[in-house]
Design a protein around this ligand. Structure first.
Ligand SMILES: [Ca+2]
Ligand SMILES: [Ca+2]
Ligand SMILES: [Ca+2]
Length: 486
């Protein structure tokens, strides 16, 4: 004869339980079979028996776990009297010496198991009249596993509360469900977005315009960057300036240092370039925000009417033979908000002057593509924008995990994965988009940003329509606003 006792105070499995929980014991032939729920975080489980608790416990069956939550089954011969039984689970994979350890004595089925509350909250009479089965609980678990990321205790409680049929119905019609977003979901989703104020830019100095330039083989005249300097002796060419990377309109093939070879003499090269452009401002009173947008490699200092407005990778006074402090690759123009330098801007004549420096004479590239923009805030509400494509992936998983509308979340992910436009192709396409003047409409950074935003809007469309008719959804990928061909 044997009797066992569960050691949980209540017969209900609570969220956050960390103790193993014996939910069933049975006699099968001459074997005792003990089923135990072991929460996550344990590396071993040991079944112990005792006939006199004061005299101590005797470990009978033990085995290793992976740290995953699961159903552990202990099996051992029914050949001795047992009054008490308990299960110890621990953080260590080290096992005590026990008579039974092999697979037929210790098995684990990983996963989440559910235990309906015992009606009177009494410890059930294990073994004598096993009144618990996984029947309904297992059904719920399987249902949730089927339609969702996996069951959580909150989901289980909800299904128990409203019943399986009603739950399926509520998942199919999420608009009808009154389940609110959890505050945690709202907060976590918000972290994936930023607020963008719609603006309009007007260009005052554009790429491709003609500048005067002076190669930094020696120091230019002291007043080279002032309005009154006479640059008529300087060479002229369209911006940008430099060599390498295939991004230069005025190519400086003599700027890089080359050693003498058998066929060629040494090319001494030079470290810096000085450029100037005069331009007109006709609407000074209207300008509220001024942006210096510059694509550069490796360091520069920019001056507006002789006054410094922006710099990068150069300290103090930079002479013609000063190296940039470190390398900086061109390709993604950087916006310097120089609104605080607006006071240097004049109605009518202005001059923008820039010195650009390489980080070494043997560098394989130099780039300077400057622009000057006036930015105007549009009278429109801020737009919510996703931070990047990784944030979108996080959003999809986050909804899968936190949303009570799990079927919708899972189907939205399904549609997104199966019918979405390809992010990389979208980026490539956007990078190649040109304005009517033949200039690229956006940098690669902007292209990624826009592509992520489009992918997010597409995903939201799938999410909103995930439970609708396939007939409505199928044409959507071809004709949604993210489409390029429609
Ligand atoms: Ca470089
Ligand atoms: Ca360089
Ligand atoms: Ca270049």
């Amino acid at each position: 004869m044997w009797v066992s006792v569960g050691f949980m105070g209540s017969a209900t499995l609570h969220a956050g339980s960390t103790e193993p929980f014996i939910y069933a014991t049975e006699l099968r032939g001459s074997q005792v079979i003990v089923s135990v729920h072991v929460p996550a975080g344990h590396m071993s489980a040991v079944l112990e028996i005792s006939n006199d608790v004061a005299a101590g416990w005797q470990p009978v069956v033990a085995g290793k776990l992976t740290g995953e939550e699961g159903l552990v089954t202990f099996t051992f011969p029914d050949d001795q009297p047992i009054r008490f039984m308990r299960v110890q689970a621990g953080p260590s994979a080290e096992l005590p010496t026990v008579p039974f350890t092999a697979a037929r004595h210790f098995s684990v089925e990983p996963g989440f198991y559910l235990f309906p509350e015992y009606e009177d909250a009494k410890v059930p009479p294990f073994g004598l009249n096993p009144i618990w089965s996984l029947g309904q609980a297992k059904k719920i678990g399987h249902l949730l596993n089927r339609i969702a990321y996996g069951p959580s205790l909150a989901d289980v409680t909800k299904v128990e509360e409203i019943g399986i049929e009603a739950y399926i119905e509520s998942q199919l019609n999420p608009a009808a469900a009154d389940w609110q977003h959890s505050p945690r979901q709202i907060q976590k989703e918000a972290e994936l977005f930023y607020s963008h104020e719609p603006t309009m830019d007007e260009v005052h100095v554009q790429e491709g315009e003609t500048w005067r330039y002076f190669k930094g083989t020696k120091q230019p005249p002291r007043n080279w960057r002032t309005m009154n300097f006479d640059d008529s002796e300087w060479e002229k060419g369209p911006s940008g300036f430099g060599y390498g990377d295939n991004d230069d309109m005025t190519k400086l093939t003599d700027m890089r240092f080359y050693e003498k070879t058998a066929d060629e003499p040494e090319q001494p090269g030079y470290l810096s370039l000085f450029i100037r452009r005069s331009f007109q401002i006709r609407n000074l009173p209207e300008i509220k925000q001024l942006i210096f947008r510059v694509d550069y490699d490796d360091g520069f200092i920019a001056y507006l009417n002789g006054r410094e407005i922006a710099r990068a990778n150069l300290d103090g006074v930079a002479r013609y033979n000063t190296k940039a402090k470190k390398g900086h690759e061109a390709g993604d123009p950087v916006d310097f908000d120089i609104t605080d330098k607006l006071k240097f801007l004049k109605q009518e004549n202005n001059v923008l002057a820039i010195q650009v420096h390489n980080d070494k004479l043997t560098s394989n590239d130099l780039t300077m593509i400057p622009r000057l923009l006036q930015r105007t805030k549009l009278d429109m509400p801020p737009v919510q924008r996703i931070k990047n494509i990784a944030s979108l992936q996080q959003l999809i998983h986050l909804r899968g995990i936190y949303s009570r509308r799990q079927l919708q979340a899972v189907l939205a992910e399904f549609w997104e994965n199966h019918f979405t436009t390809d992010y990389d192709k979208l980026v490539e396409h956007l990078k190649d988009v040109e304005n009517s003047d033949g200039r690229e409409a956006m940098s690669s950074k902007q292209a990624k940003q826009e592509a992520a935003q489009m992918e997010w809007q597409e995903y939201e469309f799938f999410h909103d329509n995930a439970l609708g008719n396939f007939g409505d959804l199928l044409p959507a990928p071809q004709c949604s606003f993210t489409s390029i061909t429609c």
